[in-house]
Design a binder for this molecule. Structure first.
Ligand code: TPP
Ligand code: MG
Length: 295
């Protein structure tokens, strides 16, 4: 919208025009935010390209369950064009992206691109895709690897040769080593900063001056900044003399949620992510028990 208001679209010279592109997954299209963004962009004819990488999986949720129609067709319901492209065809993706960006720059509004592809790996390091999809399916898509396809094409046309590819591999490896070393040598963040930037200290879960759940407090340790203390075990004591064992942040959060939500009839967490078969985060046991049939 900023570009639009600054008169940076619809000018005669395309070089004077601007556009934005936003990338997201098929799982994201199931969330409210994406749908609200579609409405907003359509209402204001924003110079925007929505690029959806439909890799057919939102953690363990298959696309056939997430959408009863191909995702690109959703765009027509919002009043702008949608187009599906073979997401494993690098040149086709480039061509379609250029076309959609040019439309946006000309002031013709948003476009949804659905790049149809496949998620070869796990969603996260704690996800295990062998639990929910077949090896045959993965092998089918492995044979359609986009990098292998474009490499074969460029070798075939003589645009590149093996020596060029070897030099590129060496350069990429060096780049990756630099990134890894840079990440590993980053200073350890202070645990307290999590609360500053990500989590709000909430009396209802963590306790605190305003009250909250009696006996449940998370106390930040000064020494290692990795662990937090929660009551009910055998080790340290808090100022009032209560027992305060050491636990991990994830366990403390789950304990807090379990206490706050509990296995009550009113409490359920719909959605696969919180079901007992959750591929990623798991969920507080009490909530899982009470959400039977909703996962
Ligand atoms: C109907 C429905 N509602 C909510 C969700 C929850 N959800 C939203 S995003 C997401 C995981 C991320 O998926 P995606 O955006 O496809 O990222 P990818 O790892 O595949 O790149 C999940 C599990 C869902 N999968 N389906
Ligand atoms: Mg996905």
């Amino acid at each position: 919208m900023g570009m639009q208001r600054d008169g940076l679209i619809g000018n005669e010279r395309q070089d004077d025009n601007g556009a934005a592109i936003v990338y997201f997954g098929d799982g994201a299209t199931s969330q409210g935010d994406v749908n609200e963004a579609f409405i907003f962009a359509a209402s204001y004819q924003s110079p925007l390209v929505f690029f959806c990488q439909n890799n057919q999986w939102a953690i363990s949720e298959p696309i056939v369950l997430q959408s009863k129609i191909p995702l690109f067709r959703r765009a027509s319901g919002f009043g702008f064009p949608g187009i599906r492209v073979d997401g494993n065809d690098v040149l086709a993706v480039r061509a379609v992206t250029d076309w959609a960006l040019d439309r946006a720059r000309r002031g013709e509004g948003p476009t949804l691109i659905e790049a149809y592809t496949y998620r070869m790996g796990a969603h996260t390091t704690s996800d295990d895709p062998t639990k929910y999809r077949s090896r045959d399916e993965t092998e089918f898509w492995r044979a359609r690897d986009p990098i292998q396809r474009v490499t074969t094409y460029l070798l075939g046309t003589g645009a590149i040769d093996q020596a060029w590819l070897d030099a590129l591999d060496a350069e990429s490896e060096e780049f990756a080593i630099g990134i890894r070393e840079g990440c590993v040598s980053l200073p350890e963040p202070k645990l307290g900063d999590w609360f500053k930037y990500v989590l709000r200290r909430h009396a209802g879960v963590f306790g605190g001056p305003a009250g909250g759940i009696p006996g449940l407090r998370v106390v930040l340790l000064r020494r290692r900044h990795r662990r937090v203390r929660a009551p009910g075990g055998h080790r340290d004591r808090d100022r009032a003399g209560s027992v305060m064992p050491t636990t991990t942040m994830a366990k403390a959060l789950n304990a807090g949620l379990r206490r706050a939500l509990g296995p009550t009839r009113e409490c359920c967490w719909p959605g696969r992510t919180s079901a007992s078969s959750a591929a990623c985060f798991g969920s507080p046991r009490g909530c899982r028990l009470s959400s039977a049939g909703t996962g």
